[in-house]
Design a protein around this ligand. Sequence first.
Ligand code: SF4
Length: 169
Amino acid sequence: MAQHQINYFQNAALPAAVTTLDKIVQWGRSNSFWPATYGLACCAIEMMASGAGRFDFDRFGTIFRASPRQADGIIVAGTLSKKHAHLMKRIYDQIPDPKWVISMGSCANTGGMFNTYATVQGVDRIIPVDIYLPGCAPRPETLQYAVMLLQKKIRSQKMSKRLKPKRLV
Ligand code: SF4
């Protein structure tokens, strides 16, 4: 006969946790958001700083990828010109589903101060955007906050939900 018994309920030390497949998959996705690198203008400097030592995005599982085929989404950082828009669309299309988009900075959100014939007045005219990050330029801390909001959004979504095409054009 055993000389001692383990009391699993002591100090709330339960040996097992119960959850749903949805929750665990979305938790994994939210903590390994790998964005495709897409720096277009000055905002890109702040985005690069986010990945460097001082802010160290890797700690959050956010690792920049140079290939859209290995990415979970895209952070559009900077001014998008109309001449370049079709290339951004192509990169977005190459990212496998499910995918998420952060629009970083006033230029990406609305065209910013460049209300000209050559600038796209918001990347959401070309691709769907999940999080809009305001500022000119937003600091790395705010990009970190945007990623945290995106993680929250991913966790609230259902894995089993049928993916609808997100194309706008
Ligand atoms: S929002 Fe400001 S910092 Fe960012 S790309 Fe536009 S002008 Fe540059």
